[in-house]
Design a protein around this ligand. Structure first.
Ligand code: VGL
Ligand code: ZN
Length: 198
């Protein structure tokens, strides 16, 4: 069994000063760096949206950031414009050392569908390709860290257990958004699904 470290969305827009800032998002970077240097395999994800992405509230007249709307694939929270491809907000936080990353996986690049999870887009069926990558490298156990605990980390963890991976979330190396109680709800959902929270 080989364990991979998956670092979720450690980007400027999710850190203090960014468009969708997660409180203390930058503070977990040194701990993640240390962990990366010890891990057997390291995958780093990057939220990577085209301008005018359908998850942006700016594309929905009369709607505000953090409202929810029905999309063809289900409920979707509307976000401030963030992680636009090629922008400084989409770049990795400078405190994150990505030297050790084996793979940088981009997600959310289709205009009409969001992708919180590193495995599937928000329709929960369009694959990102990560499952195949992990399986072909025989990486069957995963440690998840990064941003945001209650969105991209949780959705990734839930997909991973559903796919049969052994999954741990290292909670000290994650920070959350906590929208309408989403932090408690997603922590419980992860526990119920068999994710080990450390
Ligand atoms: C994320 C909201 C929108 C995340 C990404 O990384 O948790 N959240 N896009
Ligand atoms: Zn996003």
């Amino acid at each position: 069994m080989t364990r991979a470290l998956i670092v979720i969305d450690m980007q400027n827009d999710f850190c203090p000063g960014g468009a969708l800032a997660v409180a203390e998002g930058d503070q977990i970077a040194p701990g993640i760096n240390a962990r990366m240097h010890e891990a057997e395999a390291v995958i780093v994800t990057q939220d990577w949206h085209p301008a005018g992405h359908s998850s942006f509230a700016s594309q929905h007249p009369g709607r505000a950031p953090f409202d929810s709307v029905d999309m063809p694939y289900g409920r979707q929270v509307l976000w401030p414009d963030h992680c636009v491809q090629g922008s400084s907000g989409a770049a990795f936080h400078t405190d994150l050392d990505t030297t050790r990353a084996d793979l940088i996986l981009r997600k959310g690049f289709r205009r009409d569908i969001d992708s919180y999870s590193a495995f599937f887009e928000n329709d929960q069926r369009t694959p990102t390709g990560l499952e195949g990558y992990l399986r072909s490298r025989d990486l069957t156990a995963l440690d998840l860290v990064g941003l945001a605990t209650d969105f991209c980390v949780a959705w990734s963890a839930l997909d991973a257990v559903r796919l049969g991976f052994e999954v741990r979330v290292l909670s000290e190396l994650c920070r959350g958004i906590d929208l309408d109680g989403s932090m408690a709800a997603q922590m419980q959902a992860m526990r119920d699904a068999g994710v080990v929270i450390i």
